[in-house]
Design a protein around this ligand. Sequence first.
Ligand SMILES: [Zn+2]
Length: 413
Amino acid sequence: MRTTALLLLALAAVTSAVTYHGYKVVSVTPRTTAEAQVLQKAVQLLQLQQWTHPHRLGVPVDVLVPPSLVYVFLSGLQAKHIPVQVKITDVQALIEEQVATRTPSTSLPRAFDHTQYHTLDEIYSILDGVEADYNSLVSSYTAATTYEGRPIRVLKVSSEESDTKPVIWIDCGIHAREWISSAVCQYILDQLTSGYGSNSDVTALLDTYDFHIMPVTNPDGYEFTWSDDRLWRKNRFPSGGALNCHGIDPNRNFDSDFGGPGTSDQPCSDIYHGTAAFSEKESQAVRDSVQALGSRVKIFFTLHAYSQLWMTPYGYTYDLPDNYDEQYRVSKVGVDALIAVHGTEFIYGNIADVIYMAAGGSTDWAYDAAGIQYAFALELRDQGSYGFLLPPEQIVPTGEETLAGIVAAINAV
Ligand SMILES: [Zn+2]
């Protein structure tokens, strides 16, 4: 017994957090199908993590490269005259910079603070504080409990007690490493709560709609990005496989062409879809909350990072939804308003054309199965200068432009 305890202690000591010293993010721009194939082969052969997966020629693909493979990767591509650019020279330095400005505190915060990224405990404490401070406007519920036992919370912002108004759904952080997404959900919650009664636009909005906001859809994964691996994407369910891997991509786990293009059946893959549609608590949480709201949900937003895109169904097919023209019109209104705030470039259109084929995603499910006529997936800042490691100084401007886009889209519906 004592030996086992000592062994466990020793194991705990060696399984410290993953670090990325000297890792680079290299942007590769294949211009022909042959060049794209060279890139794909190199990524597979060297087992590199791809940060973006655009499928169109002429669009840069961002790849994370460990120091030991930088030379072979770069020289291989350069020998074929494929344009490459090192976008991030030291990933670990950016990981550390992202949290360097955090103010150490012995107690958990109770109010919004958009100057820094927050741990899960901090976010949930802030949500508790907001619920207490605005108890006539805000209430919360637990949509599901994760594999590791954490609640997936939803904050309901409503100016009336009765559940009769149309609903705007916003979920954030279904992918763990996309920290800016959860930060923006907090920013939106802050603006809605503090603005009601003092800001006429916010007041009008909340007199018309209820908001249901899920700020951290994947709390196990999010916690893991703070404790163990900043670049973790999936949830933490033991997915198995030969390497005893963890994690299912919750956004490949919806019942929308489950197992189709842009997903993987390999438990170690970053886009592993799981054993069955809705096998995961995170996708169940979104499904169950949205279904409970029924036909009241008018617009479904899910926030991701990065690439600066505003996307509509479908991801599993190049076919367009019946009301594509209408969703495209509203997307344009949202994007125009978003760009007007800080000039941040955004592209809009259907998922398969704008980014890549991706089956099993929440947006397609929201449109097809839940019957929500406006289903938007947003990829927030940036375009790869920082990628997932966006500096905390950009939380507020990203929140401002995203909220402006969302409000304009709502008003256009
Ligand atoms: Zn994502």
